[in-house]
Ligand binder design. Sequence first.
Ligand code: GLY
Length: 418
Amino acid sequence: MSRTSPEATDVLVVGGGIIGLVTAWRAAQRGMSVAVVDPAPGGGAAQVAAGMLAAVTELHYGEETLLGLNVASARRYPQFAAELSEASGQDLGYRACGTLAVALDADDRAHLRELHALQRRSGLESEWLSGRDCRRLEPMLAPGVRGGLRVDGDHQIDPRRLASALVTACERAGVTFHRRRAERLHVVRDRACGVVVSESATEGASGGAGDGAPDGSAAGGTLLAADRTVLAAGSHSGRLAGVPDEVRPPVRPVKGQVLRLTVPPGYAPFLSRTVRAVVRGSHLYLVPRLSGELVVGATSEELGWDTTVTAGGVYELLRDAHELVPGITELPLTETCAGLRPGSPDNAPLLGPTALPGLLLATGHHRNGVLLTPVTGDAMAQVLATGELPPEARPFTPGRFAGAAPGDLSDVSLEQPV
Ligand code: GLY
């Protein structure tokens, strides 16, 4: 199959989560012909995520390089949200509400003081508050709160609305959707030339694809030919058959369980901003939406592809949230769910070309997929259009893991439709 076949698109994106969609949208805006392959575009981790845009309050030691990318993306969010809202005609639930990170005991307080020092050294804006001042800002907080960090620059968006808006914006920009499963990367003479997809959205075809046929069909599926293929399948990105081991992204699933509660209309304002804490070593956050939805997250579990919502996960989230905001037990619990973060060995994304010509990656965003959506779309569109990543994305090329074995994928088959 020649990569110059008339049906070939300039770009084929494997994965219709928010990272794949923003890549497709931005590439289409630059005049490229773009297709997305995914059985259910707009699904994936965005359906579970809370949507914190927490470059400052989620800063971790050892992630200072990633911080630069996170901050660059946070700065772009207001304009990105306005542009996407206009392009899709949809409200994204973007809310510049700020975040309060609080401490419940002396250990938490020491931890937050360390975080504050790291934030200051990194040139970030955050203000230390006494427990009393925290409760003045958020009266529903437990009386025992010992202090906290006020970060007015860490905002939120509704990831479900973000995903839906990106699907619409892609459609309006001329992106083609193939609601099928990608079976296998199609490689001809050491170049990625598209993917073979299953015949139906629900059934993954089995068997090898060979090198395809001139009419675009391929053994075991249909060939979608493309000049460039972008693998953006979140935690599943390491599972696509046909990807040579040297360029297979070392991503693994990191399970997060999340709860959704509802603050009834007329109830006194419950929380006015995102509130977070580290409780017994676990990160807890409460994200209040203007709609009354209150998202409580999240567990972080290395359990392979398991997405079961467990009694233990729900119990721990409610127990910790109750310690932080006792009134939470009055609220209706409306939803429980679990999703998979695409974890990478250094918790940072893999962006740009691989050593296999024609294959690029946009994956491994781990805890920061929603935050990094704007900067990822811009970086991927630029590299697809010019061959060069912008400076802020260059530390995140897949080549930094060259020769490394894929992450802990020992319990999964690598030959899977995604
Ligand atoms: N960024 C929040 C989380 O990954 O749970």
